[in-house]
Design a protein around this ligand. Structure first.
Ligand code: FAD
Length: 381
């Protein structure tokens, strides 16, 4: 593994920082504290991503044929780190560029590619992810939402839960059972469903994580044409696995944690807490975790840059990243006390994210199960 950055990537980092300085509004930190699901941030993300697209940065890692610049995964990693460090102004659109777009590139029909990819690469569309259901979270293959083929349409009935960003989303990447007789991973398909279809009802689940973060989505006799199918019918499990490999290292959580930690260290210094060797020790330990998560993520990007197939390293990187969030959140509480929970403060935003970090995109225990079976080849008992 080569540890030196390409000078052009370093220059890109400088350019992105300058762009953020001039583009983020003065009230960005406050807007960011409400979370990417808030109305203000959802609207802002379209303006912001439009500007990123104008510069050719939003989907620079995509092939030129699909509106990208064939930039290396490292260049995209630099962009992701800088975005995540300031609170992810791309909002929900980080999903579009990281894994929904690539899944459409790999599995989409020519018509799907021609329609969806330009919308994503110009930063003008919001997607949400309809995977989890009551009773089908960690055990995603237990999902029960059905899409039955009737002529040249699917008719969808069922319920999704914990869906983020849904209230402003124009499309949902939806996991459904298309073979009513099937069980487990078989008979599942992925549909690209417009959210304005009659029969889709969204209910918010209030939470401490942020405004409009979680929702239930109900589908009652929702009719869609069969050409919304992504990839082969009944083989959606492969599509999802492909997409999730990208999702797991998509969010550069360690970059945000590093910044939070720097601010914590500065506050500890101002308050004379650095005289306490235990505080210094804990700050050092947390920094070690940040750097470990960064190195594990870089390993995944290195493999990707070399065109190697995905490995369990993405699960390792994900677990390490979520542990960093939790460690930094706990340390903030220890150093700042109740101040760390003051709504809108930098520590609070981190703390609220940390609470759910080990659950989203597959709980940490499930990632560890996968590491045990795929990486350590331990028996499944
Ligand atoms: C911030 C956030 C955003 C999310 N956004 C979305 C979204 O946009 N779209 C979407 O579809 N979903 C979303 N989710 C849902 C997420 O994917 C699920 O919460 C996750 O898969 C866990 O499922 P669950 O909540 O049903 O918990 P459960 O599966 O019930 O798990 C509960 C606990 O039991 C443990 N457990 C379960 N099975 C095992 C096992 N076999 N071995 C060991 N431990 C086990 C889990 O690790 C967990 O700690 C989001 C979740 C969060 C926290």
């Amino acid at each position: 593994m080569e540890f030196d950055w390409d000078p052009a990537d370093l220059e890109h980092r400088t350019d992105v920082r300058a762009f953020l300085d001039e583009t983020l509004p003065d009230d960005w930190e406050e807007m960011s504290a409400h979370g990417p699901g808030s109305d203000a941030q959802a609207a802002f993300s379209k303006t912001f991503c439009g500007k990123l697209a104008e510069r050719g940065w939003l989907t620079q890692h995509w092939p030129e044929a699909f509106g990208g610049k064939d930039a290396s995964p490292w260049r995209h990693c630099v962009l992701g780190e800088e975005m995540w460090a300031v609170g992810e102004p791309r909002g929900a659109q980080y999903m579009n560029v990281n894994w929904i777009g690539p899944a459409i590139m790999k599995y989409g029909s020519e018509a799907q590619k021609a329609f969806h990819l330009p919308l994503i690469s110009s930063g003008q569309v919001l997607w949400c992810q309809g995977f989890s259901e009551p009773g089908a979270g960690s055990d995603l293959a237990a999902l029960r939402t059905r899409a039955l083929r009737v002529g040249d349409e699917y008719v969808i009935n069922g319920q999704k839960i914990w869906t983020s960003y849904v209230q402003s989303a124009e499309y949902v990447i939806l996991l459904v059972r298309t073979d009513p007789e099937s069980k487990g991973r078989h008979g599942i398909s992925v549909l690209l469903v417009p959210m304005d279809r009659p029969g889709i009802e969204v209910r918010e689940i209030p939470s401490v994580v942020g405004d409009r973060y979680f929702h239930e989505v109900f589908f009652t006799d929702v009719h869609v044409p069969t050409d919304v199918l992504l990839g082969p019918e009944n083989q959606g499990w492969d599509v999802v696995n492909y997409a999730l490999q990208y999702e797991r290292v998509g969010a550069a959580r360690y970059a945000r944690a590093a910044l939070t930690l720097d601010r914590l260290a500065e506050l500890a210094r101002e308050r004379g807490l650095l005289d306490d060797p235990i505080v210094v020790d804990k700050l050092g330990e947390a920094r070690g975790l940040v750097e470990a998560a960064r190195a594990l993520t870089y390993r995944v990007i290195d493999l990707r840059a070399k065109g190697s197939p995905p490995t369990a390293d993405s699960q390792l990187a994900r677990v390490a990243s979520t542990r960093v969030d939790t460690a930094v959140g706990a340390l903030a509480l220890e150093i700042l006390g109740p101040e760390a929970l003051e709504y809108g403060s930098f520590a609070d935003a981190n703390f609220r994210m940390a609470m759910t970090a080990g659950v989203a995109v597959g709980a940490s225990e499930m990632q560890l199960n996968l590491i045990a079976s795929r990486f350590l080849e331990l028996p499944r008992e």
